[in-house]
Ligand binder design. Structure first.
Ligand code: ADP
Length: 504
C-alpha cells in the first residue's frame, strides 16, 4: 500500500476487520449479558438465543432456534404476540413491557421485555430483537414492600422513622391520629417537633444508643401532640441498617399508655383511700374499746361489792350471772383492744419461764367451773415442761381454742387436749367433734374478722380469736394451724420452741 496516497475511507481489508471487531464485541456483549436476548423473524421463528435466554427459559440454543416464539408464551398470553408483531411490522419499538413467559419446566417467569424491529439495509423490517429481564426478585421485593407498607399503615401503633440527625422520614396513619400532624406536615421536620422541651435530652440518649447499633426497648416517656396535649408513651426504637451494615437511621414504634398509667394512678389512689379508711377504722376500734374499758371496770367493781351485800339466794344468783356476762364483755373488749394494738405494732409481751402443763390445767379448771356440758380431757405423759414466753398470752390462746371447740361443737360433749414434746418443740392440740371446717377455709380462718358463715350460721362471733392466737404464737416463734373433717370435727395445733422462745 502506498503510504503517501491520501485516503478518505479505510482500505477494504481494514474495513472488514473493523466490522468483524464490532461484531465480535456485539457477540460477546450478547453472550455475557444477564438479560435474555432473542431475535425472531416476523413469522415468530426464533433465530438467535443467547446464554442468558438458556438460563432463564431452560432451553438450549439448539433446542430453541428454529422453533416458534410461542414456545415460551403461556397459552393465555398468545394474543400479546400479535400486538407485538403488529407494532414491530410498523417499525415501532416496544419498551419495558411487563408480562409473563414460560420456562421449559412450565414455571412462569415475570419479565420486562423491550422489543425492537430489525431492519435490512433497505429499511425493511425483517424481524425483531427481544431483550427480556427477569423481574421476579423485583416483583417479590415490590410485593414485600407493599405488604410491609400496608402493615405499617394499618397498625394501631405509631410507627415512624428518622435519620440519625433526627429528621422524620416516615409517619404512619396511627402517628397522624396520635399526634395530629399529617404525613405531609411532618416528614422532613425534626423529631423535636413532638418532644416536650424538658425532655429534649432524651433524644441524644436514644440517638447515642441507636448509633451504636443498640435497640431501646419499652422506654416510657411523654411526647407532645400538635394541639399541645401531652401523651404518655412506651417507645421501642431500633436502628435502621443499610446493606453495608451501617446505621443510617432509626425506626420508632410508640404505644399510647395514658390509659394504662391513668388506671395505675386510679388504683394507687383507691388503695390510698381504702388504707386511710382502714386506718380510721382501726383507730376507732382502739378508741371505742378503750372508752368501754373504764365503765366496765367500775361495773365489775360494784358488782363484786353488791355480791357481798346481797344476802338472799335468788339475788346472789342474779349477781353471779351478771358478773359472768360482764366478764365475757370484758374479754371481748380486751380482744378488740389487742387487735388495734397489733395493727399499731404495739402488742407487748411479758416474758417469763412457765410450766405449760400448769397453764393448760388452769384453763381447763376455769372451763370446768363455767356453765357448760363439755368434758375436757388432757392427754399427756408430761408432768411439767418449762418454756419461755408470756404465760397470760399463751393462756389466752388455749382459752380461745377451747371456747371455739365448745361453740362450734354444739352436738357433742367431748374435747381432748393433748400436750407432747416433739424434737425442740412442745406441741399442743385441741380436738373437738363439731361442725368442722371446709379444707379451703383452713388458712383463711386465721385472718382478721374472717368467719365461716355457712357451717355455723347460728353461732355469733367477731372473727378475731384465731387472728389474735396466730399473732401470739408466731411472735413466740411457734406455729399454729388447723386440721379438720367437715361434719366430724377439728383439731387446732400450736407449737412453741423449747429454747429461746421469744425474741421480741
Ligand atoms: P369467731 O369464733 O369469733 O368467729 P375466730 O377467729 O375464733 O372467730 O374463728 C374464726 C372462724 O373459724 C369462726 O367463725 C369459725 O367459722 C371457724 N372456727 C374456729 N374454730 C372452729 C372450730 N373449732 N370448729 C369449727 N369452726 C371453727
Amino acid at each position: 500500500m502506498d503510504k503517501n496516497m491520501p485516503s478518505q475511507s479505510p482500505p477494504l481489508s481494514d474495513h472488514i476487520s473493523l466490522t468483524d471487531q464490532k461484531q465480535a464485541i456485539l457477540a460477546s456483549i450478547i453472550a455475557t449479558s444477564d438479560d435474555a436476548i432473542i431475535s425472531k423473524t416476523l413469522d415468530g421463528i426464533i433465530n438467535s438465543w443467547n446464554p442468558a435466554a438458556e438460563r432463564m427459559f431452560g432451553y438450549t440454543e439448539a433446542e430453541a432456534v428454529g422453533k416458534h416464539i410461542s414456545l415460551i408464551i403461556p397459552p393465555d398470553r398468545l394474543s400479546e404476540e400479535d400486538v407485538i408483531i403488529g407494532n414491530i411490522s410498523k417499525g415501532n419499538k416496544i419498551d419495558h413491557f411487563e408480562t409473563m413467559r414460560m420456562a421449559k419446566n412450565g414455571s412462569l417467569i415475570p419479565i420486562s421485555v423491550t422489543v425492537s424491529p430489525i431492519t435490512d439495509p433497505s429499511g425493511r423490517v425483517i424481524g425483531a430483537s427481544k431483550i427480556a429481564r427477569d423481574i421476579s426478585i423485583y416483583k417479590q421485593n415490590n410485593e414485600k414492600q407493599g405488604m410491609l407498607a400496608a402493615i405499617v399503615d394499618s397498625s394501631d401503633d405509631t410507627i415512624l422513622s428518622k435519620t440519625l440527625e433526627g429528621i422524620i422520614t416516615s409517619w404512619n396513619k396511627a402517628a397522624e391520629k396520635m399526634f395530629g400532624y399529617t404525613e405531609q406536615e411532618i416528614v422532613g421536620k425534626h423529631i423535636s417537633t413532638i418532644i416536650p422541651p424538658e425532655r429534649l435530652q432524651e433524644e441524644s440518649f436514644i440517638i447515642g444508643e441507636i448509633t451504636n447499633g443498640r435497640k431501646v426497648d419499652h422506654f416510657q416517656t411523654v411526647r407532645q401532640a400538635k394541639d399541645g396535649r401531652q401523651i404518655s408513651l412506651s417507645l421501642s426504637v431500633s436502628p435502621i441498617i443499610d446493606d453495608n451494615g451501617k446505621v443510617i437511621g432509626a425506626s420508632k414504634i410508640a404505644r399510647d399508655i395514658s390509659e394504662h398509667i391513668n388506671a395505675q394512678e386510679e388504683k394507687a389512689r383507691l388503695f390510698e383511700q381504702v388504707k386511710a379508711l382502714n386506718d380510721k377504722k382501726d383507730e376507732f376500734i382502739g378508741l371505742a374499746s378503750h372508752e368501754l374499758k373504764t365503765p366496765l371496770t367500775s361495773i365489775s367493781g360494784y358488782l363484786q361489792l353488791l355480791g357481798t351485800i346481797v344476802t338472799d339466794e335468788k339475788g346472789k344468783r342474779f349477781v353471779a350471772k351478771t358478773i359472768l356476762q360482764v366478764k365475757k364483755l370484758n374479754a371481748l373488749v380486751s380482744d378488740l383492744l389487742d387487735v388495734s394494738s397489733i395493727e399499731a405494732g404495739k402488742l407487748r409481751f411479758n416474758i417469763e419461764r412457765f410450766d405449760i402443763r400448769q397453764v393448760i390445767e388452769n384453763v381447763i379448771e376455769l372451763f370446768a367451773h363455767g356453765n357448760n356440758k363439755h368434758k375436757i380431757t388432757l392427754e399427756t405423759d408430761i408432768s411439767e415442761l418449762y418454756v419461755n414466753g408470756d404465760a397470760h398470752r399463751i393462756e389466752q390462746v388455749i382459752n380461745n381454742l377451747l371456747t371455739n371447740a365448745i361453740r362450734y361443737a354444739p352436738g357433742s360433749n367431748q374435747i381432748i387436749i393433748s400436750l407432747r414434746r416433739e424434737k425442740n418443740n412442745i406441741k399442743v392440740g385441741v380436738r373437738d367433734f363439731g361442725v368442722g371446717i371446709p379444707p379451703e377455709k383452713l388458712k383463711q380462718i386465721f385472718s382478721r374478722f374472717y368467719r365461716v358463715e355457712e357451717g355455723s350460721p347460728n353461732i355469733s362471733g367477731l372473727g378475731i380469736g384465731l387472728f389474735l392466737s396466730e399473732e401470739i404464737i408466731t411472735r413466740h416463734n411457734g406455729e399454729i394451724w388447723a386440721e379438720s373433717e367437715p361434719g366430724k370435727g377439728s383439731t387446732f395445733w400450736f407449737t412453741l420452741p423449747l429454747e429461746d422462745t421469744i425474741t421480741k
